[in-house]
Every structure is written in C-alpha cells, then in structure tokens.
Design a protein around this ligand. Structure first.
Ligand SMILES: [Zn+2]
Length: 413
C-alpha cells in the first residue's frame, strides 16, 4: 500500500513536470510517445531522409535547387532545426541539391547574363480608369508621362507574367543581379516625387495609412500577390519631396524601411543646360543635403537628370553633376539616368556606363515609338536571363569579348 502511494506520487510528479514544460498540451501520454527530437538532416542523402521520416511518421516536402558547393541529392537545409520536437504527421521541408548546373540547363533556359535590362521610367500614377482619359492605353497626358492606376496595375502584371523580377537600381549599378534561374531583371523608377506616388491618407497608431491606389499602394499590393516578384523601386525627388509637408519625413523613412530607394532629381527640377557650375552644385548638393537630414546614409547616390538634360555626358556641367562640393560638403554621384527610349546593357557588358543610363518611358503608343509593348517585343530576343546564381556571369561563348572585367566567376557556353 505504501509502495503504491509513492508510485502514484512519482507518476503525478512526472505528469506535473511534463505539464509544466508544456509538453502535454492536453493530449494523452500515448500520443506524446510519438514526439521525438528531429535529427540533423543537412548533409544526409535524400533517400536516407525519406526512410528516416517514414520511420518517425513525419511528412517530407522536398525542394530542389542547383548548388556549386553541395553534391547532388544531398540535403542543403531543413526548415525545422535539428533538436526541435516533432510529432507524428508534422511536415518538415528540406532543400536538396541538384548538383552543379549544367550547360543543358543554360540552353534550356537560354541563360544570357549579357542581355539587356529594362529600366522603366514612371512619373505620376493617377487614380482614374483608363477609359476616362482622353488618350490611349491608360496614358493620362499626350506623351504618357502620367499613367492611370489601372494601366500601372496592368503593367506590373505584364512584367511579372513575362518572367521579369524587380531588382534595385543600386544593385544593378553595383553588378548585383539576384533573380531566379530563367527569370529576367527589371528596374522601376519614378521621377518628380508626385503626391500620387505615395499618398498618405492619415495615421493609425503611428503607422502611415497609404492610399491603395497610389504608386506605392499598388506596389505593396503586388508584393503580397507575388512574393517572388522582388517588389522595389527608386523614387527621384526634388526639394518638395512628396509634396506632403507633414508626412514627407515619415514617407522617406517608410520607403527605406520597406525596401524602396530615394534618389536625387535636383532641388528645383533644373535644366542643366541653362545653369552654370555654381548653380549645378547647389541643385545637386542641396538635394543630397536634404536627404542627409532625413535619411542619412540610406538614400542612393544616383541622380535622374531632369528633362534628361544635358543629353550628353561631355557637357561642361556633367562632371559637377557627378562630383562637387556645396555648403562645405562634398558629394559624389554614382550613377545618372537620362530619359531614354530602350533597355540598357547588362551591368557586365563592356559598354556599361552607369553615369549615363537609358530608361524606357513606361507608356502606351500602340506598339510604336519605343513604348512598353515595342520595347518588350525587342527584349524577347535580347533580354538578360539569369542563371539564378548571383556570383557568376553566364554568357554565350561568342560574347566572350563583350564581358567587362569584374570579380565574378565567368562561365561561357
Ligand atoms: Zn522630372
């Protein structure tokens, strides 16, 4: 009798301990017996992992990817860490190596990292239906500098469906193109800091309420819709920033905190052919100083040339646009965008000139005059297509002499 009493106390104590550790969750002890600590699967062969998972009755989800460092059919990573508790019916996801990517894969996907990269130029995104404008295809003005929000949504859907994935302009300038195998990079830019690029409706618990029909509202919608789109854009502002005095600082901070970039579009949207060198310093350096005051070290040292002016990089003011000093502070511009008409060369192309980059005007002109349709038709035959590995430059054997010197591993096929 005494022995039984002690036994009951010990068992109760054990149950209490289990309960305290949160292991029982109200389930019976029998069920608990199926809980085990997950092994380290990394480095195991996938067949071994399959057998192991069968034995402990957990489901396995396998994703394959190419790897230059892990042998074929070996597990690269697991989503539940080793040592974590799993129980019957749980799902563990593993990434398994497909081994080194082979030439046949490059051929299959037509990989070409010397292909062209579209840098899209947008201005205003106007909250209206395309059928309500006087012009075609969602152009709000004659030249299509401003687009309806409906047209903008269509543009984003079109780029995604054609296999484009967004990258940061700054990354492209720095030779970083990180998109999936078989996909192509696209870069979005917005000039002039139009209020409809980032329209604040108010604040709630210290958070900005963003108009879902402004440019950023739509971009955020696509971020949710297509998590693999890599949604980002660079906004080029003047001294008025986004034209919402009470929110301007918060808008800039929100943008850099949420994966967007801010660049320089001069203080007053000046035409560089109409001013002297001193005024050039004020226009460029002044705007950098405004950004320094709000988002120090978090903006990009890239300028979008207002009106695309001075149109040629040997203009007297050009070197001052790139480098100068204003109010005792030195500035340096890493890249400059003009108003162009077609896609740019790859950042690995010998002709790549970051201080004089072309952009595509994002507008509709019935497939003519270098509108979106015409440009993407051309791109179908010459676009950049990624091998999925940010560290290599893969190109056709015949283009060997077109590759600029860079610190990447070059693979020709
Ligand atoms: Zn402008």
């Amino acid at each position: 009798m005494k022995k039984l009493g002690i036994f009951i106390i010990v068992i109760s104590g054990f149950l209490f301990l289990l309960y305290g550790l949160g292991y029982t969750d109200g389930k019976s002890i029998n069920e608990k017996e199926k809980e085990i600590l997950l092994n380290n699967l990394v480095g195991m062969r996938i067949e071994e992992v399959e057998n192991y998972c069968k034995k402990i009755d957990i489901k396995l989800e396998i994703e394959y990817e190419y790897s230059t460092t892990v042998d074929e059919n070996i597990v690269i990573s697991q989503d539940i860490a080793s040592g974590e508790i799993v129980s019957s019916g749980d799902v563990v996801k593993v990434v398994v190596s497909k081994g080194n990517i082979s030439v046949s894969v490059y051929q299959e996907y037509k990989v070409n990292e010397l292909g062209k990269v579209p840098i899209m130029m947008y201005h205003g995104i106007v909250d209206m239906k395309s059928s309500d404008t006087e012009y075609r295809g969602g152009n709000v003005d004659k030249d299509g500098y401003n687009r309806t929000v409906e047209a903008f949504r269509n543009d984003l859907e079109f780029y995604y469906q054609k296999g484009y994935r967004m990258i940061k302009l700054e990354d492209y300038v720095n030779g970083i193109i990180d998109v999936e195998l078989g996909k192509s990079p696209i870069i979005l830019t917005f000039d002039d800091g139009n209020e409809n690029n980032f329209k604040v409706l108010g604040e709630e618990n210290g958070e900005l309420i963003i108009d879902p029909n402004c440019a950023v509202g739509v971009l955020e919608e696509f971020k949710k819709k297509y998590p693999d789109y890599g949604v980002t854009a660079t906004f080029f502002v003047n001294s008025g920033l986004f034209g919402q005095e009470e929110y301007n600082d918060k808008i800039l901070k929100w943008l850099v905190d949420n994966g967007y970039d801010i660049g320089n579009h001069t203080m007053t949207h000046v035409d560089f052919t109409k001013i002297d060198i001193n005024k050039t310093k004020e226009e460029v350096g002044g705007l950098y100083q405004i950004l320094d005051g709000i988002i120090p070290n978090e903006y990009v040292n890239i300028i979008a040339l207002p009106f695309g002016s001075p149109y040629k990089s040997n203009h007297d003011n050009y070197s001052t646009i790139l480098n100068g000093e204003f109010n005792g502070k030195v500035y340096q511009t890493q890249a400059a965008l003009r108003v162009g008409w077609e896609a740019e060369v790859s950042c690995f192309d010998i002709e790549f000139t970051p201080t004089f980059l072309k952009r595509i005007r994002a507008y509709d002109n019935g497939g003519e005059e270098f509108d979106i349709e015409m440009n993407f038709k051309i791109l179908d035959n010459n676009k950049y297509i990624s091998d999925g590995d940010v560290n290599t430059v893969v190109a056709l054997e015949g283009d060997k002499n077109k590759i600029s010197s860079n610190d990447r591993e070059v693979i020709l096929y």
